[in-house]
Design a protein around this ligand. Structure first.
Ligand SMILES: Cc1ncc(COP(=O)(O)O)c(C=O)c1O
Length: 439
């Protein structure tokens, strides 16, 4: 079992995060509970930023808020001096409620609505990342209507396979995102946006996918985009001021994952960018990245209370917890793997392999297929590690389960940052049906 960040085993033999015993955390806030190790998030944010400083490259590091968007998390990212990537008006609304400066926000998405675009422009969002031809037209019309010019990037699809889960790869040709580089769509798009008075065309964006640990993928994508940068320089005399290389930097979920550090990811990518700009004899564009998972994924731990067990003789033992696919969809959606431990029995030696099941009515509601644990009993506390990214943000009310609470822990202090949902919250949008009999 690998402990991330400030997590450690305390003298009571319990899991401690951010200087607080997990037993005390759950006694106060209940289970399931998301716990974020804030020190680890700060460390990651500063590693990404200092890697660019070290390379002496002008850069913007934006937090991909889809990984976990809440007022407190966005305020933390602002405190760390990051920019923000959003993909919907809901994420924008959250950022604005957090007091995040609109000009530091970059708006992505493959189907932004007219209302979402208007809202973003009215609030002065810093950059719109255009994804498709429909959006060029829509944004052009809205800008003309508002009498403004907006900064844009064009999202392109570099045709690079990220070698990650099929549902987490976005940079390949058969993708719903972006203008294809190979089939000429990107050429057409660049002509349209550079001719329009509505846009200040700052440069290009791509995102290869998520949980990528193979650095060659990132490096190859730089090679690919620079083939086109050369072409656009030669044909249209266009040289980008900004190159947004997306997020996707992989993290360590289990001992099968061998991620690089933020410093190394950045160093290797920048090495290639520098080589390419010197070949083309152009100034290095400002480099933007937008990590989500690598900023918050390893910092999150979910604490559950163990409940029932079902032994299927000679096959497996199912150990059920008081959450599941309602608070962590990733294992069901992507067959994602996590490690876990009994937070109240950290010094006991695991003596069996069990399958951790959720409490939702789906056989696919399995959090971990095989995890070694020491004699798990009802009432024990199960800690599932690395749930900080795409956990709460994909949480749902399947089976009308209330979503968990979220706490931040740092230097021995805990702060509730998202309240636990109640049954009243679950009912709050429901309206009674006027039955025929009552009319
Ligand atoms: C455009 C874009 N940027 C950034 C990210 C963040 O990816 P990650 O959390 O893997 O860093 C995503 C994730 O889906 C994305 O689609």
């Amino acid at each position: 079992m690998y402990l991330h960040g400030s997590s450690r085993i305390n003298p009571n033999g319990h899991l401690e995060i951010g200087g607080i015993d997990s037993i005390d955390l759950t006694a106060e806030y209940g289970t399931p509970l998301y716990v974020y190790d804030i020190g680890l998030i700060r460390e990651r944010a500063s590693s990404f930023k200092s890697a660019f400083d070290k390379a002496k490259v002008k850069a913007k590091v934006a937090y991909a808020s889809k990984a976990f968007s809440s007022i407190a998390m966005i305020q933390l990212m602002q405190e760390e001096g990051l920019y923000l990537d959003i993909v919907s008006a809901g994420e924008l609304f959250t950022a604005l409620a957090a007091g995040f400066p609109a000009e530091r926000i970059h708006f992505h998405g493959n189907n932004k609505s007219q209302d979402e675009i208007k809202l973003a422009l009215e609030h002065g969002v810093g950059c719109i990342v255009i994804d498709n031809f429909h959006e060029i037209e829509l944004l052009d019309l809205i800008c003309r209507d508002l009498g403004i010019k907006t900064k844009i990037l064009l999202r392109v699809t570099p045709g690079v396979n990220a070698y990650t889960h099929k549902y987490m790869t976005t940079g390949q040709i058969d993708s719903k995102f972006g203008f294809d580089l190979l089939n000429g769509q990107a050429d057409e798009a660049i002509q349209l946006v550079t001719e329009s008075a509505s846009f200040e065309m700052s440069g290009f964006h791509y995102h290869l996918g998520s949980q990528i640990v193979d650095i060659t993928r990132f490096v190859l994508a730089v090679d690919e985009i620079f083939k086109y940068i050369k072409k656009w320089k030669d044909h249209y005399s266009y040289v980008p001021q900004v190159l947004n290389l997306g997020g996707g930097f992989g993290i360590r979920y289990t001992d099968q994952d061998n991620p690089l550090t933020p410093e190394i990811y950045v160093e290797k990518i920048i090495e290639k960018v520098k080589e390419k700009v010197s070949e083309l004899m152009i100034d290095i564009p400002e480099i933007w990245i937008e990590p989500g998972r690598s900023l918050v994924g390893e910092a999150g731990t979910t604490l559950y209370t163990v409940g029932s067990q079902k032994v299927v003789p000679s096959i497996r033992t199912y150990l059920a917890v008081d959450g599941g696919m309602s608070d962590n969809l990733r294992p069901s959606l992507y067959q994602a793997k996590h490690e876990a431990a009994l937070a109240n029995k950290m010094t006991e030696t695991p003596d069996r392999i069990v399958t951790v099941a959720g409490k939702c009515c789906e056989s696919g509601d399995t959090l971990i297929w095989d995890v070694p644990l020491p004699d798990p009993q009802a009432g024990d506390l199960l800690a599932v590690f690395c749930t900080g990214a795409y956990g709460y943000s994909m949480a749902n009310n399947y089976n009308r389960l209330p979503r968990p609470a979220v706490v931040f822990v740092e230097d021995g202090e805990a702060q509730l940052v998202v309240k636990r949902e109640t049954y009243e919250h679950i009912l709050q949008l429901d309206l009674p049906y006027n039955t025929k009999a009552s009319k």
